[in-house]
Every structure is written in structure tokens, then in C-alpha cells.
Design a protein around this ligand. Structure first.
Ligand code: GSH
Length: 217
């Protein structure tokens, strides 16, 4: 199995966390010509997005679809454990990350460099990110320590890379994401989970390099 990824891609990091939790290690491969924008990559993965999985004659994009496929294909610790309700909560949290929390942060990437910064865009997008981020506090499992209960699941895979970007980018824009006690406790649990941290330590370094370069641009 081949997993196409790029080191700065938050969704690639999400899927690498899912693989680490699952205990599987597909071959990691960069898109041909070094970019997911290349024609050569689109010939393999028509959406032109990373991550993407190639398993035999099947090519699959979309991190949640890949994670759920891997969860069904391989035995071992499930990424979606529990009852139908518990599994629905996990799927909701992962979709909440992909569809609601990450997009307003992505919309701020172009604001990282002072030379292209537009104050009104920064204010609007930061306000939207803060609004959605505040919702997370109420969605996290009450007893924790992980997003959907006592063990890490797919619900814990998407947020760490996105929050690592937020931690670095928002202060550059004069903002910060306030967080409640549940979010604080959950972030501590994630940081102490070695399989998640094994992906996150190099990912944070990648984000720091990227933002460092934008800071002076
Ligand atoms: N919903 C997709 C999002 C993937 C995504 O947007 N990946 C970024 C890199 S983090 C990408 O490939 N961007 C290229 C593009 O959208 O053209 C998923 O969950 O896999």
C-alpha cells in the first residue's frame, strides 16, 4: 500500500496519526514532481489532494474514507470502536474537524505573510475560527480523556495538526484560540499519547519552518 502525502499537509498528518493508532505503516510517497498540483499526480489521484491511498488497483482520496477503509481492512485496535451511537459520535467529530474547524483556518494561510495581509480578512476569518473552535469544547467527551472517550479514535486524528497550525499562525495575526477545560484536558491527553506525538513532533517542526518563512515575507 502506498500513501501519498506531503510533510506540511495537515490531512496527511491526520491520516498518519490514524495509521499509527492502527499500527500499520503504508509506504509513504511524495507526489511525483514533488507537488500535488502536478499533472503527473492528477493522473494517479484525480482530485489532486493528499492524502491518497493506493492499494493494489484501488486509489482512494479523502482522509476519512481512507481511515475508515483501513479500519475495516486491518484487524487490531479499531479507529471506530463501540456501539452505533459511539461510532456516530466519532464520525461526527472527524467530519466536524474536516468541514467546520479546518476550513476557516486554511482561509488564513494567505494572511501569514505580512506583505499580503488584509486586516478585514484576518478579523473575519479569525472570528469564524474562534466561533467554531469554541463549539469543540461542548463536543468533546465529558469524561474523556480522548475526544470520544477513554481511547484514542479517528476523532483524535484530524485536530492535532490543525491545532498545531492554529497555535503558530494565530499569534502571528494577533489572535489566540481560547480554550475551555475539556479542550485543555484533551490536548494534554493527545500530547501524552506516544503514537500521536510520534507524528506530531516532526509535523510541528514542519509548521514552524513554514510559518518562520512566511513571517519575513
Ligand atoms: N477533504 C480532504 C482534504 C484534503 C486536502 O485539502 N489536502 C490538501 C493538503 S493538506 C490538499 O491536497 N490541497 C490541494 C488542493 O486542494 O488542491 C481530505 O480529508 O483528505
Amino acid at each position: 500500500m502506498i500513501l501519498y502525502w506531503t510533510p506540511l499537509s495537515s490531512y496527511s498528518a491526520k491520516l498518519r496519526i490514524a495509521c499509527a493508532l492502527k499500527g500499520i505503516a503504508p509506504e509513504l510517497r511524495l507526489p511525483p514532481d514533488g507537488s500535488y498540483r502536478s499533472e503527473a499526480y492528477r493522473r494517479i489521484v484525480p482530485t489532486g489532494t493528499v492524502p491518497a491511498l493506493v492499494d493494489g488497483d484501488m486509489t482512494l482520496a479523502e482522509s476519512d474514507a481512507i481511515a475508515e477503509y483501513l479500519d475495516e481492512r486491518f484487524p487490531g485496535r479499531p479507529l471506530l470502536p463501540g456501539t452505533a451511537r459511539e461510532r456516530a459520535r466519532i464520525r461526527f467529530l472527524s467530519r466536524f474537524h474536516d468541514l467546520h474547524l479546518e476550513p476557516p483556518l486554511r482561509a488564513l494561510f494567505g494572511q501569514a505573510a505580512p506583505s499580503t495581509r488584509v486586516a478585514a480578512v484576518v478579523e473575519a476569518r479569525c472570528a469564524e475560527f474562534a466561533r467554531v473552535h469554541a463549539l469543540l469544547e461542548g463536543f468533546l467527551d465529558e469524561a474523556g480523556p480522548f475526544a470520544a472517550g477513554p481511547v484514542p479514535t479517528l476523532a483524535d486524528c484530524g485536530f492535532p495538526p490543525t491545532l498545531a497550525i492554529a497555535d503558530g499562525l494565530l499569534p502571528m495575526l494577533g489572535h489566540e484560540a481560547a480554550q475551555g477545560p475539556r479542550t485543555t484536558r484533551w490536548r494534554k491527553a493527545i500530547a501524552a499519547e506516544p503514537r500521536i506525538e510520534a507524528v506530531m513532533a516532526p509535523y510541528r517542526a514542519e509548521v514552524a519552518r513554514w510559518l518562520g518563512a512566511r513571517r519575513g515575507a
